[in-house]
Design a protein around this ligand. Structure first.
Ligand code: ATP
Length: 359
């Protein structure tokens, strides 16, 4: 049974700004859903409408089949973790975690047992007597998460919970959040602008732009089957390479290279004759040299970035630029003229007008 359902949900702020347009999503019990998109796309607004911190302008929001649009945050049985940890500085870790239960008047021995359990899940057992100022950023974030999970609500909402941590802590906490989700089994909705966080944590990702949902899918679906240029460019690092141009005589110019589109477009070739299209390929979906069933591309190497596990190679052909991701042992020399191949099966074509993928 589905836990949460948003049907044609809209948010229009009092100043008239339409921040969320017709948001539709059904979330199953225990799912880990990530809302991702650039700043201002409406992901926090949507999360806040789910939390009950923001009115829903129109549409229906149901939890277990019951409409909750008008219920306040407490009555919705959701717990929220924010960017800023919002811990009480004059309370110990124990008291911070226990706070919600203390307010509810839960018995002390029940509180103790639940705080100890929560602290164990979060690796905070040795820090229960400390005050927040004596904790690292990652530890503070864990206390904030502890304060939410101790309430044992079924729905867990997180708004960029890792944004105050440094790069290393973010990777550690990301794994911990995945582990906490496995242990609690709570339905989780997580907001981030970071596609890596989205890809690593989510069962399903909701990609948003300008208040509109672009695509909902598993990380694999979004990576291999993006519906439009925006999703294709947002998911993946470095992003997909795009080259814009016209189809002429069934051919497409990628810089100085002329590609025959027949193997990719098949019987749609005639339909796109004379049309403007976007040719996309991922930096990692190439092979150096010539291979069968692929487009050979001649180009010049402008820059290389050795990252250890791979090298990013910045190339130019004519006026077109792209990035290739290669094995560091195969790093080409600067200014070298090289040939790489794009397998036909790894080419994405988009209609330049609608920006939608051509399937
Ligand atoms: P970020 O990652 O920067 O937090 P976001 O995707 O979470 O971005 P929201 O905070 O949901 O974006 O905001 C969506 C849009 O709504 C933005 O254009 C923002 O300026 C606008 N907005 C947010 N709050 C209000 C408000 N109270 N009144 C009017 N407009 C608002």
């Amino acid at each position: 049974m589905s836990t949460l359902e948003l049907k044609n949900v809209n948010k229009i702020y009092p100043n008239g700004f339409h921040a969320v347009h017709d948001f539709n999503l059904t979330i199953e019990q225990g799912e880990f859903i990530v809302f991702v998109g650039p700043s201002g796309c409406g992901k926090s607004t949507t999360l806040r409408m789910i939390a009950g911190l923001e009115d829903i302008s129109s549409g229906d929001f149901t939890i277990k089949g019951k409409r909750v649009n008008e219920l306040g945050p407490r009555e919705r049985e959701v717990a929220m973790v924010f960017q800023s940890y919002a811990l009480y500085p004059n309370m110990t870790v124990y008291d911070n975690i226990a706070f919600g239960l203390t307010l509810q008047g839960v018995d002390d021995d029940v509180i103790e047992q639940r705080v100890l359990n929560t602290a164990k899940i979060l690796g905070l057992t040795d820090y229960l007597d400390r005050f927040p100022r004596a904790l690292s950023g990652g530890q503070r974030q864990r206390v904030a998460i502890g304060r939410s999970i101790i309430r044992k609500v079924g729905i867990f909402l997180m708004d960029e919970p890792l944004s105050n941590l440094d790069a290393k802590q973010r990777v550690t906490m990301r794994a911990e959040i995945a582990q906490i989700h496995r242990e609690t089994g709570a339905t989780t909705i997580y907001v981030t602008h970071d596609q890596t966080e989205a890809m690593t944590l989510a069962d399903r990702i909701v990609v948003m732009k300008d208040g509109y949902v672009q695509q909902v899918g598993t990380p694999k679906e979004l990576y291999f089957d993006p519906v439009n240029v925006f999703v294709a460019g947002f998911i993946g690092e470095p992003p997909m390479n795009f080259v814009r141009g016209d189809v002429k005589g069934g051919k497409f110019n990628l810089g100085d290279n002329v590609l025959d589109l027949a193997p990719v477009l098949g019987d749609k070739l005639a339909q796109y004759e004379g049309k403007h299209i976007v040719f996309g390929f991922r930096p990692e979906a190439i092979v150096l040299g010539n291979v069968a069933d692929a487009y050979p591309v001649k180009c010049n190497v402008e820059l290389t970035e050795m990252l250890g596990d791979n090298t990013n190679v910045y190339i130019v052909s004519g006026t077109e630029r792209a990035i290739l991701k290669v094995d560091p042992h195969d790093t080409p020399a600067l200014d070298a003229d090289i040939t790489f191949s794009i397998p036909h099966k790894d080419v994405y074509l988009f209609d330049a007008e609608t920006e939608m993928v051509i399937r």
